[in-house]
Design a binder for this molecule. Sequence first.
Ligand code: PLP
Length: 222
Amino acid sequence: MPNLEQYQKLKKQLDAQGVALVAISKTKPKEDILSFYEQGQRIFGENRAQEMAEKSADLPKDIEWHFVGHLQRNKVKYIIESVALLHSGDSPRLIKEVNKEARKIDRTVELLLQFKIAKEDSKYGLGLEQARSFLSSEAFQKMENIRLRGVMGMATFTDDTEQVRAEFKKLKNLFEEIKTTFFAAQEDFNIVSMGMSGDYPIAIEEGSTMVRIGSLLFGARD
Ligand SMILES: *Cc1c(COP(=O)(O)O)cnc(C)c1O
């Protein structure tokens, strides 16, 4: 069940801190999305390509759709028209494919570099050296249909708040380093996407500019 009271409280707090809210609506029905839309929410996040394509086709056109899950290259085509920000730029090969599909429809797609900051093996993401070599490459320089806007990461799922804090700190440092080295002249390389329902207060303390919140707003997922 959508928790509208929670939404108002959270939104007010985030606005005061200058932090953007992505309402993560994956697996949830369109009616639930509309109830937050009616409260003024415009940014929603999904992690399945076909699900986002379907929801974006049916829901109001002024919704900004963010894609937050690992995206297989053969599914890029499903999201290329609707995506406003791809949080999960987690490999050079995927980013290259996004550029190629964006070019076909003559648009520029904004995306974040997803870094692996958690200890868990299952999490996708780039390492610093991999990102450096990609950003230095001629192949990247030639990608005219993507625009990098910042970084994204997920902390380890643990009760150890000091570990979570250390991982968010690491992402913030990676952001600063990459910004200084590669994007010093690009003012809108300014997004640090970190923090979910269970850890967003720590993420904000560590410099998050955009949180991705699902279950706290929509209720638990099956
Ligand atoms: C599901 C998901 C979220 C939201 O998780 P909650 O714990 O429900 O807030 C945030 N980011 C990503 C990448 C997700 O897949």
